[in-house]
Design a protein around this ligand. Structure first.
Ligand SMILES: [Zn+2]
Length: 243
């Protein structure tokens, strides 16, 4: 697998400026989008808080430390699969990995309280964009860093979801715990999931500027589950396959 880079920092080297054999080079140009999972992580009303229990611990004289984890699959950064809203639909373990890794555009929607079709019309998202991450006032308000759940978060309206589907978007991400508004959860989810659009929720976009990146978002392979927690990162710049 070879990639050419559009920047001088190469991750997988085939760049003419850096004549070394193909190798993954660790770079500081990685932005972590996943907030830490802890009892302080905000959760949807009714969902349990994260529990990290250590039945064995070096500090208590055990030979090793070992953590048990209990949480909803929709905690922190996580992915929604079609089975979340559609009967007999694909689980998170069946999501195509090529959708979860690839070029992504981060768009800033400013102070808009709802992402509608007309909001999207104004954003000049280039045709062919397959992954869109919304940077909203949720991030400026620090919602993913606040232990308390907020109902007044910015989300994608049903007509905005249809707008993305009509333009062939395959993955959409947002900077709070639901892609859909608190008082209208089902329509947006159903439109996206029916079209096979992967939904990524709970992104912490604090360190992200609008622009083009490469997204890597890998949910845990929970068999048959309708969602799963994920570690999501952005690599600065876009990487294209070298034919
Ligand atoms: Zn979810």
């Amino acid at each position: 697998m070879f990639f050419t880079c559009h920047l001088h920092t190469c991750y997988l080297h085939t760049c003419d400026l850096h004549s070394v054999s193909p190798v993954f080079v660790m770079s500081p140009d990685i932005i972590d989008l996943s907030p830490p999972l802890s009892p302080e992580t905000p959760v949807w009303p009714g969902d349990p808080r994260v529990v990290l229990r250590q039945p064995f611990h070096l500090a208590r004289g055990d030979d090793f430390t070992l953590t048990e984890l209990a949480m909803s699959a929709h905690t922190g950064t996580h992915v929604d699969a079609p089975a979340h809203y559609l009967p007999d639909a694909a689980g998170v373990d069946q999501l195509p990995l090529d959708v979860l890794i690839g070029p992504a555009r981060v768009v800033d929607i400013g102070d808009a309280g709802l992402i509608t079709a007309s909001t999207l019309d104004r954003l000049a998202i280039p045709p062919g964009t397959e992954r869109v991450l919304f940077l909203t006032s949720n991030t400026a308000r620090g919602l993913m860093r606040s232990p308390r759940f907020h109902t007044d978060f910015v989300a994608l309206a049903a007509d905005g979801a249809q707008w993305l589907v009509d333009r062939g978007v395959r993955l959409v991400g947002v900077d709070y715990l639901s892609i859909a508004p608190y008082d209208a959860l089902a329509p947006t989810h159903r439109i996206l999931l029916k079209a096979g659009v992967v939904i990524v929720e709970g992104l912490d976009m604090t360190d992200v500027e609008p622009g083009d990146y490469t997204l890597v978002c890998l949910p845990l392979k929970l068999q048959g589950a309708e969602g799963a927690p994920a570690r999501a990162i952005l690599l600065k710049g876009r990487f294209v396959k070298h034919e």
